[in-house]
Design a protein around this ligand. Structure first.
Ligand code: NAD
Ligand code: UD1
Length: 341
């Protein structure tokens, strides 16, 4: 396949894994990233894994002129839009920065795409748009009720895409709602490299396993879940990356425009304590933990109904929890300081 794709935020965690799958599938790749939460080294590693080269453009998605130049020089026929800020807590402290980066950035991107006649987009949304479950598993028609500014930026962008499509049905939009991405490429060369203090379970586990943190805080053991701890639908980042390739292929096959959302999750939930046992098995290290009060804003449990992705995109997860933990541990063991050092 000789098709060129522009990837905003392609140096980040999910973006770098998606670059690998795209290059392996025969696409040409141009990454457009300002490296505000990533390192260019991730892209060198992508090239090492695949034995193929990609094009790098350093730029900000709020810069429409730079985006137009990148779209033209790359000859891209489609865009995958990962660029965004993603820390829920920070979004409450700096909401204007989040709306500017995530919402205004997407508007500039859509304008640039329209100017350049590129009408196919995959957008990174999140299960966080659903909010408190009215039923489980969440299907794509579950009502929306995001509970924080980050989640609202995702829902706003989704609404913008639906409105753009309603006014011009030549757009092709795939909105991918990720559940909880974890894991790393099986090579151990790329993985999540969180900047600052991590908030998510997996990076915190790693800090405990390597002795940088005394123990894991388990936020709440009194939820209405089998063992009382929070349940999430964890998805291996390579399975997630493959979903983007499927979405592009699905849109390329269509004669007309499209605008459709897909849940990308495994469809099964694991509790925090089940995760602790899986971490211990993967790392061979005991993971001391202590039960703490519930974390503000947390939901008890949720998982995906991913039937649409299976029936329409022909996508499903193939990597289990053991693989998610083993791959994460390999990445951490090979790169104790992430991409630095
Ligand atoms: P990440 O922070 O690792 O990657 C985001 C990339 O975008 C980084 O390389 C960053 O430098 C870049 N970026 C941010 N703002 C930019 C801007 N204005 N211009 C150019 N580049 C910019 O995050 P990730 O985990 O890879 O997430 C990718 C996308 O998926 C994000 O939109 C995120 O909101 C969404 N998402 C992530 C998760 C998750 O748990 N990781 C869950 C649901 C949705
Ligand atoms: C969080 C975000 C969500 C985002 C997702 C992936 C919130 C409210 N939601 O989801 O928008 O898409 O990250 O980036 O922040 N846990 C512990 N101890 C810890 C850390 C987590 O017990 O030290 C528990 C949590 O209570 C939860 C589970 O582990 O039950 C997973 O937590 P986390 O990895 O932070 O993801 P989410 O809260 O699902």
């Amino acid at each position: 396949m000789d098709e060129s794709i522009l990837i905003t935020g392609g140096a980040g965690y999910i973006g770098s894994h998606t670059c690998v799958e795209l290059l392996n599938a025969g696409f040409s790749v141009t990454v457009f990233d300002n490296y505000c939460n990533s390192k260019p080294e991730a892209l060198n590693r992508v090239e090492s894994i695949t034995g193929k080269s990609l094009t790098r453009v350093q730029g900000d998605v709020r810069d429409r002129v730079a985006l137009e130049a990148a779209l033209r020089s790359s000859g891209a026929s489609a865009v995958i839009h990962f660029a965004g800020l993603k820390a829920v807590g920070e979004s409450g402290e700096q909401p204007l920065r989040y709306y500017d980066n995530n919402v205004v950035g997407t508007l500039r991107l859509l304008e640039a795409m329209q100017t350049c006649g590129v009408k196919t987009l995959v957008f990174s949304s999140s299960a966080t748009v659903y909010g408190a479950p009215q039923f489980l598993p969440y299907s794509e028609d579950h009502p929306f009720a995001p509970t924080n500014p980050y989640g609202r930026t995702k829902l706003m962008v989704e609404d913008i895409l639906r409105d753009a499509f309603a006014s011009d049905d030549s757009w092709r939009f795939s909105i991918l709602r990720y559940f909880n991405p974890v894991g790393a490429h099986a090579s151990g060369l790329i993985g999540e490299d969180p900047q600052g203090v991590p908030n998510n379970l997996m990076p915190l586990w790693l800090q405990v396993a390597v002795g940088r943190r005394e123990c894991l805080n388990v936020f709440g053991d009194d939820y209405d879940t089998p063992d009382g701890t929070g349940v999430r639908d964890y998805i291996h980042v390579t399975d997630l990356a493959e979903g983007h390739v499927r979405a592009l292929q699905w849109m390329a096959q269509s004669d007309g425009g499209l605008c459709r959302a897909f849940n990308l999750g495994a469809g099964v939930g694991y509790s925090v304590l089940e995760m602790v046992r899986a971490f211990e098995a993967a790392s061979g290290k005991p993971i001391p933990y202590r039960i703490q009060p519930r974390r503000a804003g947390d939901l008890a449990g949720f998982h995906a109904n991913a039937d649409s992705a299976r029936s329409v995109l022909g996508w499903q997860v193939t990597r289990d929890l053991q693989t998610m933990c083993a791959d994460t541990w390999r990445w951490q063991s090979n790169n104790p300081s992430g991409y630095v050092g």
